[in-house]
Design a protein around this ligand. Structure first.
Ligand SMILES: Cc1cc2nc3c(=O)[nH]c(=O)nc-3n(C[C@H](O)[C@H](O)[C@H](O)COP(=O)(O)OP(=O)(O)OC[C@H]3O[C@@H](n4cnc5c(N)ncnc54)[C@H](O)[C@@H]3O)c2cc1C
Length: 252
């Protein structure tokens, strides 16, 4: 199922779907005559190889310089975590190297902790950082020079990051934190009508069958998870709509 919804690169991800999320809701709905709508999976990114890292969230929303394993910038600095993770999945084996320096003071405490635990690399110079992180030194130096020049001149970078959404990388200590894309759930889902009834390809309800929550995200968004909170609010509201309709139908 992950291979079907997660695209060619799904194996590049850590998998964090909820306990019990094995796909049987989809299978039951389809076997009953329902149909599928939407494509893809929900992506996020987290400290590479660290399954419990969801709550060290500062890097997710920070103003970042993210480079691929060749030392070249691979996302906009203000990239949404979901599209950044998709780029990591498809362009760089699931990984992104997040470069920080002393200017990222909001992140220093967590970076120090991650360096101590071996999840981040710390160095006094960019050359040393590149070597420790296994990145080509010349490429990283060039990328950082370009990044800083965009900030100095107030021009967007090649990824169209707004200048105000970038912080320079100039001051030791420098850090490189490797992050990995994560699949946290499914977008493709069972097709439903406004009453949350599962419908066939032709739009007719299967009958006496409702689907709500993550099972039906494909009716609302496609391919890319739009924003934290979209999932939970959909789960709550669609559950209410389905139960209202079921009660109303039963009482007739
Ligand atoms: C790490 C992580 C972080 C997230 N963060 C956010 C966030 O910040 N904001 C947000 O909006 N969303 C977030 N989400 C997404 C959101 O939490 C899920 O989309 C949502 O919880 C799905 O709810 P659900 O009730 O549809 O499904 P689930 O929570 O998966 O519940 C389905 C239940 O059905 C049970 N089940 C499965 N098969 C059977 C069966 N055959 N018989 C009986 N029971 C069965 C399962 O065990 C499970 O308890 C996150 C998800 C993850 C994994």
């Amino acid at each position: 199922m992950l291979a079907r919804y997660g695209g060619d690169h799904w194996q590049n991800n850590m998998k964090w779907s909820a306990v019990g999320g094995t796909g049987d809701g989809h299978r039951m709905g389809l076997e009953a005559g329902g149909s599928l709508v939407g494509e893809g999976v929900m992506h996020i990114h987290a400290v590479a190889g660290r399954q419990d890292s969801f709550f060290d969230r500062m890097e997710m929303f920070a103003l970042q310089l993210v480079v691929d394993d060749n030392g070249m910038q691979m996302t906009a600095g203000d990239e949404h975590y979901s599209t950044a993770a998709l780029k990591m999945t498809t362009m760089n084996g699931g990984y992104g190297n997040f470069i920080f320096d002393a200017n990222a003071s909001f992140a220093t405490a967590e970076l120090e902790e991650m360096a101590a635990e071996g999840y981040a690399v710390k160095a006094d110079t960019l050359e040393e950082l590149a070597e420790k992180a296994g990145l080509p030194v010349e490429n990283l130096l060039l990328t950082v020079r370009q990044h800083n020049r965009h900030i100095e001149t107030g021009t967007p970078d090649a990824w169209t990051t707004a200048p105000g959404a970038m912080i320079p990388v100039t001051t030791a200590p420098f850090y490189c934190l490797k992050r990995q894309s994560v699949i946290m759930g499914t977008i493709a889902g069972l097709k439903i009508n406004n009453n949350m009834e599962v419908v066939r390809d032709n739009g007719e309800p299967v009958g006496n069958l409702y689907a709500t929550g993550e099972l039906i995200f494909g009716n609302l968004f496609n391919n890319v998870y739009p924003m934290s909170g979209t999932a939970i609010t959909t789960c709550i509201s669609t559950g209410q709509l389905a139960s209202d309709h079921a009660v109303e139908t039963m009482s007739k």
